[in-house]
Design a protein around this ligand. Structure first.
Ligand code: NDP
Length: 511
């Protein structure tokens, strides 16, 4: 029997849910107030996963102190040795992949295949960043003066505050913590309050992998309590945040007052362009996967299809038929295609946008919470499609973060590119076309951090930079070697072995 089944049986037998703790300075501890909050299964609100410490600013302060104390030792540990611990952590995640994926589906709702993918992203970034322990390239370049050596190296910044959302509850914390740790920073991690169990399981494995006490600290609790305290702490040198644009702006303002480095990965309104020469069956596959996978709750989810009018009819027909056949339910059931939204508040928010959409486009499919049978116990919403949406309509502009797709008809490629770029976000975009010239125009002219050709808007790989333009972020990137920039300072070093004073820009002037 898996741990998960044991827990579910215990819950069914009326046993109280298990209690979880904070992880500070290598110890599992209660929060100072002892207050707790529950995490529940979004597919079945009766299934309580556990009770978690409602951490406070005081707990966050202790975690920051522990991370600060651990920093000198971790910074001095050779980077390849730090990398070996990341490697062990990756191996542990691989060994526990199924357990982690099932726990994720239970707590966050995404179907098992996607939860396995989420864990795999964590494994991939752990291995990629383990390798950075032996790379972490700087530059060694010729000096403009004789007998002088010039090079630049990366150095850690200090304590990194890691604040994460619930929609990728394993992958995103790993995307942030792995580069932070391999470069020699220590970490205070605050997971989203909807997914504290995933965060806790992750940190349990990190402790087992051998990260020294204080290098990784976990504080569960509310964003305005624990999150604010981390952002405001003068002893936290860098914040890496993924979440809503509104939360990100607030964090940037507060951190800005302290000139603190902040990496922000925020909202999206990702579009797929379908042109008249596209393979419509392939486009349908890509759009369905991007729009309704993870119940539309990926930052890279497709929520706009910008289609040349000439092929709108046949594309819509395909999308409607396929979306109508999607099966809703608990993601632990392997026959289910679409899991629940994260919580009842999300159902309300999506329903509100659907009401708005009725006045903007034509509702073709769905449009209501799904409450029949067992679905009544969870936060389910029908896959929803609106046709005839205009680029500047609110449902075509605002992040809905649910299974709602807007179809925007346009006359030609130019209009498609204009519509695609007419948004304040800029994370991911895709184009379906068989014309190589058109594909290259899109690659050049789409104003997004990620572009796909003949694929949906999701599917990023961990060794390429991940992040968005415009209000999707503030110019930083996760993943790839670009991620190292968030967590390191550059140091340029000049070594003069000439034995006499040489003055750059002065002693080497001929004119
Ligand atoms: P939120 O902004 O609500 O929360 C994100 C995290 O911030 C949570 O841990 C939350 O804590 C915490 N938080 C909330 N308020 C504060 C505060 N004042 N100070 C510090 N921390 C705070 O986002 P969601 O969790 O709802 O995530 C969904 C959003 O994330 C979507 O907009 C989505 O597009 C975006 N996202 C972007 C990605 C990208 O790479 N661009 C990737 C994935 C998601 P608590 O849970 O306790 O409230």
């Amino acid at each position: 029997m898996t741990d998960l089944e044991t827990e579910r049986r215990a819950a069914a037998a009326g046993e109280p849910p298990p209690d979880f703790r904070l992880f500070i300075a290598g110890e599992w501890v209660d929060g100072v107030t002892g207050a707790t909050f529950e995490s529940v299964n979004p597919a079945d609100q009766r299934d309580v996963i556990g009770r978690f410490q409602a951490g406070t600013a005081a707990d966050a302060g202790m975690a920051v102190k522990a991370a600060e104390m651990a920093f000198p030792g971790w910074r001095a540990t050779p980077a390849p040795k730090r990398g070996e611990i990341l490697y062990r952590f990756g191996e542990l995640m691989a060994r526990h992949k199924e357990r982690l994926a099932r726990a994720m589906t239970r707590e966050m709702g995404k179907v098992l295949a996607e939860a396995r993918g989420d864990v795999q992203e964590g494994i991939d970034i752990a291995f990629l960043m383990a390798g950075e322990g032996r790379r972490m390239f700087g530059d060694t370049v010729p000096s403009e003066l004789p007998d002088k050596w010039a090079m630049s190296i990366r150095q850690p910044i200090g304590v990194a505050g890691i604040i994460t959302p619930w929609n990728f509850p394993i992958a995103i914390p790993c995307w942030k913590m792995m580069p932070a740790l391999v470069t020699g920073n220590t970490v205070v991690f605050k997971p989203a309050s909807d997914t504290p169990h995933c965060g806790t399981l992750l940190v349990e494995l990190m402790a087992e992998a051998g990260f020294p006490p204080g290098t990784v600290n976990l504080v569960t609790g509310g964003g305005t309590e624990v999150g604010d305290a981390i952002v405001e702490s003068p002893d936290v040198a860098v914040i890496s945040f993924t979440g809503h644009s509104s939360t990100g702006k607030r964090i940037a303002e507060r951190a800005g007052r302290r000139l603190k480095r902040v990496s922000l990965e925020l909202g999206g309104k990702n579009g797929v362009v379908v042109l008249r020469d596209a393979d419509l069956d392939l486009a349908t596959d890509g759009i369905l996967w991007s729009a309704f996978g993870t119940t539309g709750q990926r930052c890279t989810a497709c929520s706009r299809v910008i289609v040349e009018r000439a092929v709108m009819g046949p594309l819509l027909e395909r999308l409607e038929a396929r979306a109508r056949a999607l099966r809703l339910g608990s993601g632990l059931d392997e026959t289910v295609d679409v899991g629940p939204l994260i919580n009842p508040g999300a159902v309300e928010k999506v329903a509100g946008y659907v009401e708005l959409g009725r006045g903007e486009g034509e509702l073709v499919l769905g449009g209501a919470a799904a409450t029949h049978g067992d679905l009544a116990h969870g936060s389910f919403f029908e896959p929803t499609i609106f046709a005839g949406v205009k680029p500047m309509d609110r449902i075509g502009q605002e992040e809905i973060f649910g299974p709602v797709l807007s179809i925007i008809p346009v006359d030609d490629l130019d209009a498609a590119i204009t519509a695609l770029n007419q948004t304040r976000y800029g994370l991911s975009a895709s184009i379906f076309t068989r014309d190589v010239n058109t594909a290259f125009r899109a690659m050049r002219d789409f104003e997004t951090g990620i572009v796909y050709v003949n694929a949906g808007t999701t599917g990023a790989e961990t060794h390429l930079p991940f992040g968005g333009w415009k209000e999707t972020g503030n110019g930083h990137r996760e993943a790839g070697h670009a991620a190292l920039d968030t967590y390191t300072e550059w140091k340029s070093i000049y070594v003069d072995f000439s034995g006499h004073l040489q003055r750059a820009q002065i002693d080497n002037q001929d004119t």
